[in-house]
Design a binder for this molecule. Structure first.
Ligand SMILES: NC(=O)c1ccc[n+]([C@@H]2O[C@H](COP(=O)([O-])OP(=O)(O)OC[C@H]3O[C@@H](n4cnc5c(N)ncnc54)[C@H](O)[C@@H]3O)[C@@H](O)[C@H]2O)c1
Length: 291
């Protein structure tokens, strides 16, 4: 299947990164969002990020202009119906995603592939409520999309091989690398990464080390580019807690229980970088550990 036109539903941090990389790779991209402000901000953000790449000599001005010309926006979800590939990157709530697919379905061409960028919701369950579970997949980009090399490809139980092969070819055209994951809670990256972050928080909670000593240990002792607590703040502590809850509920194993200290930070509204405070306080010139 030849995929040329792509619809992105949800113009948040993931949607704008996804639109950016597809437009640069030569696909025509149409973005939609329930918020006109989000659509406007997203196009501005893509322009800024492309300008930054031009500034670093990673792109020419002509490539930037061609990419921007391939991006359009619409407030009307059903305008995406005739496109070859839909990537749903809206808010991580199952009811929101079901409602988006239900509204789109009557307008879709028979060949359109539907995908979701969800970090945790069952692909099989999302697919089962559409008319095309064989052409439905998990298409999991990493944040920030223009920088991160990996895309997880997640088959639902009914996904056919033509759909998988088509998306694998799309990932190659983006210049990224795919990894295949089965449809179990949190797939591969978050299944491994989140318990490590949660264990780092237990290590802090039990007083084995301070924020600084835990992050320094993993950076210099395991060669990680960021410490686990610094990384948790970058991802968002609410997101970390949500993914631990998906693992705990979905796999029913106590080894996935979220650390009470993680819950406490989330209850305090200390969600990491996005709220200026998490395991570090970002309000001053330099991040300062909060424990
Ligand atoms: N943030 C991450 O690190 C990350 C990484 C990988 C995958 N994801 C997944 O990507 C998806 C989006 O996450 P995000 O971080 O970009 O969220 P975000 O909050 O930045 O953006 C979500 C956007 O969806 C829009 N939206 C909500 N309901 C909608 C609807 N009915 N129709 C159209 N648009 C709608 C919102 O207005 C918002 O602009 C989620 O499924 C999330 O799990 C996030």
């Amino acid at each position: 299947m030849d995929i040329r036109t792509v619809g992105v539903v949800g113009a948040g941090q993931m949607g704008n990164g996804i639109a950016h990389v597809f437009a640069l790779a030569g696909f025509d991209v149409t973005m939609t969002d329930i918020s006109q402000d989000a659509l406007t901000a997203s196009v501005e953000k893509i322009a800024q990020n492309l300008d930054r790449q031009v500034g670093r000599a990673k792109l020419t001005e002509a490539e930037r202009d061609a990419a921007m010309a391939r991006i359009s926006t619409t407030p009307t979800l059903t305008d995406l119906g005739k496109l070859d590939l839909i990537i749903e990157a809206a808010t991580e709530k199952e009811v929101v995603k079901h409602a988006i697919f239900a509204e789109l379905l009557p307008h879709l061409g028979p060949q359109t592939i539907l995908t979701s960028n969800t970090s945790s919701i069952s692909i099989t369950r999302l697919a089962s409520q559409t008319d095309r579970p064989e052409r439905f997949m998990g298409f999991h980009f990493m944040n920030p999309v223009p920088v991160m090399q990996l895309v997880e490809l997640i088959r639902g139980i009914a996904t056919d091989s033509a759909t998988y092969d088509a998306l694998e070819a799309v990932v190659a055209k983006l210049g990224k690398t795919s990894a295949s994951a089965e449809d179990f809670p949190a797939f591969i990256v978050n299944r491994i990464l989140m318990p490590m972050i949660n264990e780092a928080i237990y290590t802090l909670y039990e007083g084995v080390g301070s924020v600084k000593s835990i992050d320094t240990s993993l950076k210099l002792g395991a060669n990680h580019p960021m410490g686990p607590l610094e990384l948790a703040d970058f991802i968002g502590l609410d997101t970390c807690l949500a993914i631990m809850n998906v693992l705990h509920d979905g796999l029913a194993d106590t080894k996935y229980r979220p650390c009470p200290l993680l819950t406490k930070y989330v209850e305090a509204g200390w969600l990491g970088r996005k709220t200026d405070r998490g395991f570090y306080d970002y309000r001053g010139e330099f991040p300062v550990p909060t424990r």
